[in-house]
Write a protein that binds this ligand. Structure first.
Ligand SMILES: Cc1ncc(COP(=O)(O)O)c(C=O)c1O
Length: 425
């Protein structure tokens, strides 16, 4: 465990009268928030609820100072030398859209993605195809987690302008060899955007060494408040982007007919910002730094190895992606023969207080191509421990036992109203 008692820092996991112990294994969707993050947000609203860079009073001064300190905190956390290369956005989706639209791609440009990207790194490129004639190339990834650098390079050499790939997959937890990818893409003049949503919360990131042009992440997957995210860029790369939104905060001056944009990153942060969220996500960054990302990665790996080993003997249990959990440390995605993934998730929650994700994880095309309706995904983070793994294993085993030879459906659990009839992604 990163720090003994770390679990106690997360109020959502606290034991409460009448509520069983919660086993939260859905951090790949959204992580939980520790007390220092809650405190940072409350402090903002309580002690200096001003808006940065407009008014001159003390509240405004304080928040301006802390907002820029948060920028520096993220720059350090991501290994960039320059805080001006950090843009605060609402989430990774917005960061990816900012790059995709901001680069002003058009006919003749080609974007290369993998066949396993989150919709947030796919739909945009499809739309830029219909709107502006941008070409889209899709690199198939083998299911065993391997990556063929030669095949990749051959694709890039065919005139790809931008490579846009996940760093770690939300579907099966594999990571791509991003350093080699960047090197080979750059050798052919292509820029690289990495979707770091599932990597930044778990492993140290050194963007200066990595050399990726753009790196997107969501604060709410790394202990931060919802609706927070960052686009980090290589030195000078933000200068090549047009803003997604313009208006207040983005300009040096305006006349009735003209304006001058502020330099990056401010030209990309239009309107009054999510100060509480940004300060909260800075507190999250500090919490992760204190925990140590190498320690977190190691912790994930051990929990995943324990879960995978415990279930390996079940012949209806099929993990997705690399066979070795060390190659997909934060995620154990699996299918259970004869059990629908949503039914499994409801069963695990209702019967064992194990909270997992089910369905197609916003990677619809991957499942549709295989004729699958989805799978269960358990994801691990620093506040999880062996009790969570054991509860998952107990739940899955019970589910398998109760559905043995009984056809494709698990026993009916009383579904709670919120889960009924909702569109699930
Ligand atoms: C790999 C990956 N990319 C992008 C996203 C989208 O993140 P957000 O919804 O925070 O923008 C997610 C969210 O699950 C993800 O896992």
């Amino acid at each position: 465990m990163p720090r003994a008692g770390c679990r106690a820092d997360f109020p959502a996991l606290a034991r409460r009268p009448g509520r069983p112990m919660i086993h939260y294994l859905d951090s790949a969707c959204m992580s939980l928030v520790p007390r220092p993050v809650l405190r940072a947000m409350e402090e903002y609203y309580r002690d200096f609820p001003g808006c940065a860079g407009r008014s001159l009073h003390r509240f405004s001064e304080e928040v301006s100072h802390r907002f820029e300190a948060a920028r520096e905190g993220f720059a350090r956390f991501l290994g960039t030398r320059d805080a001006a290369s950090i843009v605060f956005v609402r989430n990774a989706t917005e960061a990816i859209n900012l790059v995709g639209r901001g680069l002003s791609l058009g006919r003749g440009d080609r974007v290369l993605v993998s066949d396993q990207e989150h919709n947030s790194n796919l739909v945009l490129w499809q739309r830029l195809g219909t709107e502006r004639g941008v070409g889209l190339d899709v690199l198939p990834l083998p299911e065993d987690g391997s990556f063929d650098l030669e095949a990749f390079e051959e694709r890039v050499a065919r005139g790809v302008t931008l490579v846009s790939l996940f760093h770690t997959s939300n579907l099966d937890g594999r990571s791509l060899p991003v350093a080699e990818i960047v090197e080979r893409a750059h050798a052919h003049g292509a820029r690289v955007l990495l979707d770091g949503c599932q990597a930044a919360p778990h492993v140290p990131i050194d963007l200066a060494r990595l050399g990726a042009d753009f790196y997107a992440l969501s604060g709410h997957k790394m202990l931060g408040p919802t609706g927070t995210g960052v686009l980090a860029a290589a030195p000078g790369a933000l200068d090549t982007l047009e803003p997604l939104l313009v208006g207040g905060e983005t300009v040096e001056w305006t006349t009735l007919t003209e304006h001058a944009l502020r330099p990056p990153p401010h030209r990309f942060e239009a309107g009054l910002q999510n100060y509480a969220g940004v300060l909260g996500s800075h507190a999250a960054v500090r919490y992760l730094e204190a925990a140590g990302r190498d320690t977190i990665a190691d912790h994930d790996r051990r929990l995943n190895a324990r879960a995978t080993a415990a279930l390996a003997g079940e012949d209806r249990f099929h993990p997705l992606g690399p066979a070795d959990p060390a190659d997909r440390p934060s995620i154990l995605a699996f299918a259970l023969d004869g059990v629908d993934s949503h039914d499994a998730a409801l069963f695990l929650d209702a019967g064992h207080s194990v909270l997992v994700r089910s369905g197609r994880h916003c990677v619809h095309s991957w499942y549709d191509r295989r004729g699958l309706t989805g799978n269960v995904r358990a994801s691990f983070y620093l506040y999880n421990d062996g009790t969570d793994v054991d509860a998952l294993v107990r739940g899955v085993r019970e589910l398998l036992r109760r559905t043995e030879g009984k056809g494709p459906r698990p026993p009916k659990v009383a579904p709670r109203p919120r889960a009924v009839g909702r569109r699930r992604r």
